[in-house]
Design a protein around this ligand. Sequence first.
Ligand code: TXA
Ligand code: MG
Length: 355
Amino acid sequence: MSSAWKTKLNTEVYDLRNEYDKALDRAAGVISTGGLVVMPTETVYGLAANARDVNAVRGIFLVKGRPQDNPLIVHIADMEELSGIAVDLSDMAKKALRAFWPGPFTAVLKKHESIPLEVTAGLNTVAVRMPALKAARDLIKRSGCPIAAPSANTSGKPSPTCAKHVIDDLMGKVPVILDGGSSEYGVESTVCDLTGDVPVVLRPGGVTAEMIEKELGAVTVAGAVLDGLKPDEKALSPGMKYKHYSPAAKVVVVDGKDTNTIAFTIKNRYDIEESMGRTPLILCLDEHTPLYEGRRVRGMGKNQSDAAAKLFYELREADELGADIIYFEAVKTEGMGLAVMNRVLRAAGFDVIYS
Ligand code: TXA
Ligand code: MG
């Protein structure tokens, strides 16, 4: 079986803006016969396969080089499909799904026995999401099955937020790539455990902790979201324990008591690196770029949501620009800022300078 996934394939890339129906029918055909397809979603691109086809699911792990113990998200298009995937939902869980689906919200629920253990990496829970992007839902409907899909990057790399970045990682490894343009959110969905009394955010994303608290009255954010795991701590979500989202360049997060102090530290470090013949790059909010005049700096937009939408794109572009080291100005951990800091801290391997 494994050799079939290693053969170099002739990858067809379809632009959904020009050939929507043809592309979706072709992609659905591939999925329903056990193949893999890259699909856009409103968060990041996903590497999609039939969640009920064990061989196809194994193919996802092989193509990504993903550790076997990191479970996948099952994507659905309609609420009616949920009863064959997850069971024993609490009233709180039902309320959350009514509020946040379709959208960038993944619910961890008790698994239906029919979902293969390959999908859940042996767990008795399953992560389920109903994406908001119409093309993703249409693909699920036309395929006629729930779709297992991790982010469509090589394991360890930043998740792809445009077709170019998918092509960089997966050209020749999948038969079909669907190009749906730039992803709206730019970071992966919020993963939220709904199996207990209080919802627990395992991975922050487009549905913020504040939104969950407002809707459900309470929320807990797992400690590992910003701190990483202690050496002997058990991961609530297996994805927490891996180094993630890393460009080739070294990433350093710079935090501090105010903008000027942070800028002072970054400029110092930048100038030292440059004097040693290296190529540093600064990523910060647009309004702070004038603080770094004369240095290589890229604006991440006006606010935390913009920064989320641009983060993975900019980390990959930094490699294209030949950067050796990226200084990232920390953002506030409110709203989408929590997702930004969760991702960038992992990209940095928790290398943070407090100034
Ligand atoms: O936005 C997204 O969620 C994208 C798009 C394609 O939908 N998908 C995505 O999948 O980011 P992936 O595989 O890259 O991340 C899934 C995360 C991992 O951190 C995994 O450990 C966690 O969800 N997860 C999956 N099943 C779980 C479970 N039963 N319990 C706890 N965490 C789970
Ligand atoms: Mg991923």
